[in-house]
Write a protein that binds this ligand. Structure first.
Ligand SMILES: [Zn+2]
Length: 353
């Protein structure tokens, strides 16, 4: 298939086709899927008051986030503080179900960071139970499969990360398949977490890690060397190091690029046209596109693909390849990856003939 074969010329048509394709997403945070409705209903339920939030309209305004500081404020002070018991997460899972359905994402691997909640007295086994029954409910309602990666977190240190992992190991469920390392990248070097990742691997957990989102390329090398994770989360700063790019290309290690999120944090990228994602793709890296924190960044997986298409970073044909990469970068069994991709191929062929 070559680009001129496409009969669709309008952006709206391409968006419609993207929506039709059964997609996967592998870098997404559950808490960042909380809608205004969810937070507002929890504020009502628990009679919670936040400064400057008297009405639902005030909350809508707070959710119109424009800067990183606003994001951090809303995430830490409002979103995380509104959940008071484990079953409140069912609301979050309902939001996740809606998001996935609206984007026609048929399978997603979603991060959940338990630390803040465990510190507030939540029980890990109850969280795990809620996540697992929530995933089951979403499967029943929308036919969408969800698996979770527990973000053991860098922000609170290695001891806390190990505690999170041990809780996970003590209460394993089918829906929770691995761990991630989110939080503040500058809080400590990857080697501090080597033992956590080693224990996770020994117990057949899948492993991923955020790196190169906030720190230079050395942080990606560090994570690969010490954590031996299976995918690179963000990896934006990889552009600084040719050897690293060669390594990533040779090993076809998937890289979870989150364009809007990277522009939001403004660490290495100011605008989409300058995102290194194009050079990653040209160098043969296994590039996947993801939304990271869709509700709080007012984006979605479809929006991310459209942003890359409309700004001329990728052609339609290349976006199909990115969709394929994402499917094959999941932790699904190979037959299931093949089935999802075959469905895509059939749709692409029928719509572009
Ligand atoms: Zn992330």
């Amino acid at each position: 298939m070559k680009e001129p074969e496409f009969t669709m010329r309008q952006d709206a048509d391409f968006r419609e086709l993207l929506l039709l394709l059964p997609k996967t997403e592998i870098h997404l945070h559950l808490e960042a899927l909380a809608t205004v409705e969810t937070i507002w209903s929890l504020m009502q339920k628990y009679n919670i008051h936040y400064d400057g939030v008297e009405t639902k309209e005030d909350l809508v305004k707070k959710f119109q986030i424009k800067t990183l500081n606003e994001f951090i404020f809303v995430f830490i002070n409002i979103v995380q503080n509104s959940f008071k018991e484990e079953k409140d997460f069912m609301l979050l899972l309902a939001d996740a179900g809606e998001y996935l359905k609206n984007n026609n994402i048929v399978y997603a691997e979603i991060f959940f960071a338990p630390t803040k909640f465990l510190q507030a007295g939540f029980k890990y086994y109850k969280i795990a139970e809620t996540l697992t029954s929530g995933a089951y409910a979403i499967k029943q309602k929308y036919g969408v499969d969800i698996r979770f990666l527990i973000d053991v977190s860098r922000t609170f240190g290695a001891e806390n990360a190990m505690k999170n992992l041990k809780a996970l190991l003590k209460f394993r469920t089918q829906a929770i398949i691995g761990i991630g390392l989110g939080g503040s990248e500058s809080a400590g070097p990857a080697k501090d977490y080597a033992k956590v990742y080693e224990l996770a691997r020994k117990n057949q957990l899948r492993t991923v890690a955020h790196c190169g989102e906030d720190l230079n390329a050395f942080s990606i090398w560090d994570s690969i060397e010490h954590l031996k994770m299976e995918r690179v989360g963000h990896g934006t700063s990889a552009f600084q190091d040719e050897k690293l790019l060669d390594f990533l290309a040779e090993n076809q290690m998937p890289i979870e690029v989150c364009p809007t999120s990277n522009i939001f944090t403004k660490k290495f990228v100011q605008k989409i046209e300058n995102h290194p994602v194009r050079s990653f793709f040209d160098k043969g890296l296994n590039v996947t596109i993801n939304s990271d924190d869709p509700t709080l960044f007012s984006t979605s997986l479809i929006d991310e693909y459209m942003l890359l298409y409309k700004s001329g970073v990728f052609s339609k044909e290349e976006i199909f390849k990115l969709i394929k990469n994402n499917i094959y970068a999941t932790f699904l069994p190979i037959q299931e990856k093949n089935a999802i991709w075959q469905e895509n191929l059939a749709l692409i062929e029928s719509k572009t003939a």
